[in-house]
Ligand binder design. Structure first.
Ligand code: FES
Length: 220
């Protein structure tokens, strides 16, 4: 199994304060393996599961978006990395453009090379409705938890919706843009991807005419 539904506030990897980035990335690998096991419980997600040899080869992975409800996130593995795919609601898209949200961000205009050129926009994606992100915290590599709903209390006070890394508290919005004054230095990476039709996204393949790889990001 290589794909799973991620519930809001899903657990991330964790290690002691003294751990290195390598330690954390090892935990990410273990945690994503656990994610794969959990996929057994969600048959419709299983329908998006690519063949094992496809994963092993690092080939592009196709994901059917038609089952992802507004506000829902799914996680697929591509090249052993968790790829977060979110069907963002109109309210979430509005929050991304809200000045009070933008003022909290370290790199709101995606000036640092953490995404392909075709995702260097306010929604950091090909289509505004769908976020496609590498789910590895740019601090030490934990898995950020998905907390999409605004709340006065949860997971922290005055929460606008986004991702919270459980290891050292780094925060990201629903476009993977990192907040100011948190340990993580960069936005979450965006992988190469394109839409092969209206409801199918292909992770690992650029749109026609583009040549970009994850090797081009500042940090993953
Ligand atoms: S790994 Fe330290 S905040 Fe995410």
């Amino acid at each position: 199994m290589a794909a799973s539904e991620a519930t809001a506030g899903g657990a991330g990897g964790h290690a002691g304060e003294g751990g290195s980035r390598r330690d954390f990335l090892t935990l990410v690998t273990l945690a994503t393996a656990a994610v794969g096991v959990c996929a057994v419980a969600w048959p419709f997600i299983d329908s998006m599961d690519p063949a094992a040899d496809t994963i092993a080869a690092g080939s592009p992975v196709d994901v059917d978006l038609s089952h992802i409800q507004p506000g829902q996130q799914v996680v697929v593995l591509w090249r052993e990395k968790p790829i977060l795919i979110v069907n963002r609601t109109p309210a979430a898209l509005k929050t991304l453009q809200d000045k009070s949200m933008i003022d909290r961000l370290s790199d709101p205009n995606s000036k640092v090379d953490q995404q392909p050129p075709y995702a260097e926009n306010w929604h950091r994606s090909v289509k505004p409705d769908y976020a496609v992100l590498v789910g590895i915290c740019t601090h030490l590599g934990c898995l950020p938890g998905y907390w999409p709903n605004p709340s006065q209390t949860t997971p922290v006070a005055d929460w606008p919706g986004g991702y919270l890394c459980p290891c050292h508290g780094s925060k990201y919005d629903l476009a993977g843009r990192v907040w100011k004054f948190v340990p993580a230095p960069y936005n979450l990476p965006v992988p190469p991807y394109n839409f092969v039709d209206e409801h199918t996204v292909r992770i690992g393949e650029n749109p026609t005419g583009q040549d970009w790889t994850l090797n081009d990001v500042v940090q993953i």
